[in-house]
Write a protein that binds this ligand. Structure first.
Ligand SMILES: NC(=O)c1ccc[n+]([C@@H]2O[C@H](COP(=O)([O-])OP(=O)(O)OC[C@H]3O[C@@H](n4cnc5c(N)ncnc54)[C@H](OP(=O)(O)O)[C@@H]3O)[C@@H](O)[C@H]2O)c1
Length: 294
């Protein structure tokens, strides 16, 4: 991995080391997260974007973040570090469909070279179970149950769905898969309420920290619900471009904000490895107006 260099670091809690020395060296600094807000986990997201804001080429076989980052190893290392830090990881159904069937959303699968360091940090420092809970969100329940996340015994997978989605999953045999749990939080508005998902994860699984790995549709809903506390954004030095007929999603799709209601962020850190930048932002306290009032 080309070394990571820290350009800006506004981590408030510098006196209390968190990362073990090996990870601190690779990350060129320490990593602290705030406590979770009342009744929901602390939510931090991780995305990689081109310079022109595209997060997916939306081309079959080349739709994932690796085409955007150029499989950048420092981006993969940071993604692994964030996974190792989280109690749970959340992904939307389309992001799952676009990812290889063997993917398990673990720290070591994205950056195997740091497997031991991640495990030492997660188990000895954070005192968390070996793997984060994986939370898949699908209203329709149309998920490929042959995927490793539903079959590997050590995987812990929760599906958040609607009552109709639960029926579809049950008909497809999901209830017989021992490591899969299905939940139907409030979806009275047609889609599942982000805060209802977070409250359920907090109350039933004790989740204090959740890594949101997208995609842009699901992430937009969380942003509108003011349920995103931090954003780790890798800026990849390429331009994807977009036309009006072939949609290439940006960081958020399907949700829009008026200027007077748009969420703003404070910069927490800037890191660099070769020509990539790794930005960390914290959401400012709350939106100036509720989204519904705009
Ligand atoms: N560059 C990056 O960092 C990055 C990160 C993540 C993803 N991506 C890319 O982004 C693309 C996918 O993003 P996307 O925005 O199209 O899809 P997405 O957000 O991953 O998934 C959308 C699907 O999630 C379910 N869903 C979302 N919100 C829901 C809610 N409130 N209630 C119930 N179900 C809900 C629905 O599933 P059903 O249709 O089953 O109902 C919906 O169709 C992929 O190409 C992926 O590789 C890139």
């Amino acid at each position: 991995m080309t070394p990571i260099r820290t350009l800006v670091d506004r981590d408030q809690d510098k006196l209390k080391p968190s990362l073990p020395p090996g990870l601190r060296d690779l990350y060129d600094g320490d990593l602290h997260f705030r406590e979770s807000p009342a009744e929901r986990p602390f939510v931090f997201a991780n995305f990689v974007s081109t310079l022109d804001g595209v997060v997916s080429y939306a081309i079959k076989g080349q739709a994932t973040g690796s085409a955007i980052s150029g499989s950048d190893t420092a981006d993969r290392f940071i993604m692994g570090l964030l996974r190792a830090s989280a109690d749970a990881i959340m992904v939307g159904a389309r992001t799952v469909h676009e990812t290889g069937p063997q993917s398990l959303w673990t720290a070591e699968s994205i950056y195997p070279d740091a497997k031991q360091l991640y495990a030492e940090y997660r188990i000895n420092v954070l005192h968390k179970p070996p793997r984060p809970l994986l939370v898949v969100v699908s209203g329709s329940g149309k998920l490929e149950l042959e995927r490793a996340i539903f079959r590997v015994p050590e995987a812990r997978t929760v599906v958040m769905t609607t009552p109709a989605g639960k029926d579809a999953l049950t008909a497809a045999g999901a209830a017989k898969l021992p490591s899969v749990q299905i939940h139907t939080p409030d979806s009275s508005s047609g889609t599942i309420d982000p805060l209802a998902m977070l409250r359920l994860l907090h109350a039933q699984y004790g989740i204090q920290s959740l890594l949101h790995e997208g995609g842009p549709s699901l992430f937009g809903e969380f942003m509108a619900a003011q349920a995103v506390d931090e954003l780790f954004l890798t800026l990849s030095p390429q331009i994807a471009g977009r036309t009006s007929d072939a949609m290439r999603p940006a960081l958020i799709e399907g949700t829009e904000f008026m200027p007077e209601c748009a969420p703003w962020f404070q910069l927490l850190s800037v890191k660099q490895s070769a020509d990539h930048l790794y930005l960390r932002y914290q959401r400012t306290a709350s939106l100036p107006k509720p989204v519904s009032a705009c």
